[in-house]
Ligand binder design. Sequence first.
Ligand code: UDP
Length: 269
Amino acid sequence: MISSIDTPLTSLESKSLSLYPSECFSLFSVAIRNCKMQQAVDSIIQHAQQGRSANFAFVNADCLNKAWNQAWYRMVLSRMQEVYADGVGIKWAAKMKGVAVVDNVNGTDLFPLLCAQAAEKGLKLFLLGSRPEVVEACAANMQIHFPKLHIAGTQHGYFKQEESNALIAQINASGADIVVVAFGAPLQEFWLDHFSQSLKAPVCIGVGGCFDFYAGRISRAPLWLRNISMEWVWRLIQEPKRMWSRYVIGNPLFLYRAWKLSQIGEDHA
Ligand code: UDP
């Protein structure tokens, strides 16, 4: 578990400090590891190699808006080994507290790096989530990109609750070391918090809608847009109905909440 959570800065302190690259900071009572993408990949791989049980998650502005209202989600995130800072919203909110976020560590960019490392170290992945044709196409594409990658199995994310035990048995029989879960947040975090103890795989990681990208169902934003942390604009254009409230309402709401808290020097209302 993340051990050190920064105490919230008072507004006076935050005004007098320049940005500092804290190793870990807290937003809306969620402890977030402030690290480079490669450090996150290394941490996940090391836990898998050493057989140390650990769950990993990413949070973006939308996740923290959900965590704001849902104490159980904050609780689940507090039990994660590490939670990473995904997107420009988190970067801006951290900046209000005087913290400089060092990287945009999101599941979609991390996934191929994880596949590359897993292939090199001989670690097996199980891909769980998304529609059947999506998870299968994603697995096939990753296999083409990383011929040495061992995908121990795949399973779509639209199973019934009563099928969970059979699914656990299937994953355990596959011999997977890392279970990559893509149900979207916070469902995936809830699932892996609840079921990971029954899994033989030491490591579970929630990656959101990542399989949709690597299956080719949704195209990724051009690199220049990603480099300026504006991928959300692309997602909004691609799926306006589904993404409207998440981004157009959610992003300003998130920044307002973060600003308000930075003014009173608190971490949660
Ligand atoms: N999904 C799933 N089971 C469900 C609901 C959703 O497997 O019961 C999948 C869905 O097909 C999609 C992903 O979860 O692939 C959710 O993507 P979204 O973009 O909402 O996730 P985010 O990256 O925003 O967390």
